[in-house]
Design a protein around this ligand. Structure first.
Ligand code: FMN
Length: 183
């Protein structure tokens, strides 16, 4: 089995641990090389029965990003990202496709962090908003476009929203059961 060589395993693990949802972007670009890397990493994500249900729409047009960001109050920050990647699924097997979409999203978030970029997932929410997003990106009506991943140079990963979710994480004591649920 070939080994994966990375300069420092602990640096890589730290980058994964520190990957956060980014909502405050600054002007700047995602280079073609960075974008290729991100798409390659996305491409190699595992999926249910290796169906690779995703298709990626790279949105770089500022006006389109603004229109997408205006579809829902919780995603207005998408307008300021350098680009966003729309995740389109066939709409044939919603539970599997949603799981696979989560996997590819997380890889994009982590890869962006490792490239020194910020990234955040933005969900369109209700069916009407998803339909509007599909219309904007010319996605056929029978496909699913639940979310896009915004990516770009960023200022901070702090959540600027006054009513955002509580930050931080549960402790391992709260999360982990040993051997059985009632341990
Ligand atoms: C399914 C899902 C949908 C999300 N949708 C949005 C969204 O529409 N807008 C937003 O700002 N954050 C959204 N988030 C990001 C979460 O708020 C974020 O992952 C959570 O608050 C933890 O943030 P942190 O990793 O920065 O600590 C979503 C996350 C998930 C997993």
């Amino acid at each position: 089995m070939p080994e994966i060589t990375i300069a420092s395993v602990s640096d890589a693990l730290e980058a994964i641990r520190k990957t956060r949802q980014v909502r405050q972007y600054i002007d700047g670009e995602v280079s073609d090389e960075q974008l290729d890397t991100l798409l390659e990493i996305a491409r190699w994500t595992g999926s249910s029965r290796n169906t690779q249900p995703w298709r990626f729409i790279v949105v770089r047009d500022k006006a389109t990003l603004e229109q997408l960001s205006a579809l829902r109050e919780n995603i207005t920050w998408v307008a300021n990202a350098a680009l966003a990647i729309g995740l389109v699924s066939p709409g044939q097997n919603p539970p599997h496709e949603a799981y696979d979409e989560g996997r590819v999203t997380e890889r994009l978030l982590i890869a962006a962090r490792m490239l020194g970029l910020g990234a955040g997932t933005a969900w369109f929410g209700e069916p009407e908003r998803e339909a509007q997003a599909k219309a904007l990106l010319h996605v056929p009506e029978d496909r699913t476009l639940r979310s896009i991943v915004a990516i770009g140079p960023y200022e901070t990963s702090k959540d600027p929203r006054p009513t955002g979710p509580k930050p931080g994480r549960l402790s391992l004591d709260e999360l982990v059961h040993w051997d059985t649920w009632d341990s």
